[in-house]
Design a protein around this ligand. Structure first.
Ligand code: MN3
Length: 201
């Protein structure tokens, strides 16, 4: 179904000083809105018009070739950013606990080892893209994807994602992507990530 664009659920300034208000405003109200509008236009009048964007991204092999690029890029841009705003809600747990915490320790050794690997994957993504914590068959993994490609299209369920396009950090961090990746942990709401893990079951 077409994606219903809504205002950001918290103030643009809520993630200061990690992400500045101007970056949030332009990122949400210009970049994200643009993906939503282009996605809705691309799926209109196709058999995918009635499906959730996540389902469409899991079935890209069925998308007609003349719509594939638009739906892949803008559907990914829509879903990926929706998840991004959601995982950065102010407040909530600053570290994973419970089952999620245990899975992270079992897979990566410790929370700080996990963060290091995630930051390295984000810094190592050449050009624009995303870095993800995903789950598949109960197993966690760190992935990076180029452009707006979504892990859903490869059969993974994304739990957490950081946007490493320059538009996400350039005003405040310029070329220092690694610094942005390191600071970003301060705005992740791990309660939301834990809910996503439960929903993935
Ligand atoms: Mn973005």
């Amino acid at each position: 179904m077409s994606y219903k664009y809504t205002k950001l659920a918290y103030p643009y300034s809520a993630l200061e000083p990690v992400i500045d208000a101007k970056t949030m405003e332009v990122h949400h109200d210009k970049h994200f809105k643009g993906y939503c509008e282009k996605y809705n236009k691309a799926v209109a009048e196709t058999k995918f018009a009635e499906l959730d964007v996540a389902e469409v991204l899991s079935r890209l092999d069925e998308v007609p070739s003349d719509k594939l690029t638009a739906i892949r890029n803008n559907g990914g841009g829509t879903y990926n950013h929706h998840l991004f705003w959601d995982c950065m809600q102010p407040g909530g747990a600053k570290e994973p606990s419970g089952e999620l915490g245990q899975l992270i320790e079992a897979k990566f050794g410790s929370f700080s080892d996990f963060k290091e690997k995630f930051e390295a994957a984000g810094a190592g993504q050449f050009g624009s893209g995303w870095v993800w914590l995903v789950v598949k068959d109960g197993e966690l993994e760190i992935l990076s994807t180029p452009n707006q490609d979504c892990p859903i299209s490869k059969g993974y369920t994304p739990l957490l994602g950081n946007d490493v396009w320059e538009h996400a950090y350039y005003l405040k961090y310029q070329n220092r992507r690694a610094d942005y990746l390191k600071e970003w942990w301060k705005v992740v709401n791990w309660d939301v990530v834990a809910e996503r893990l439960q929903a993935a079951k």
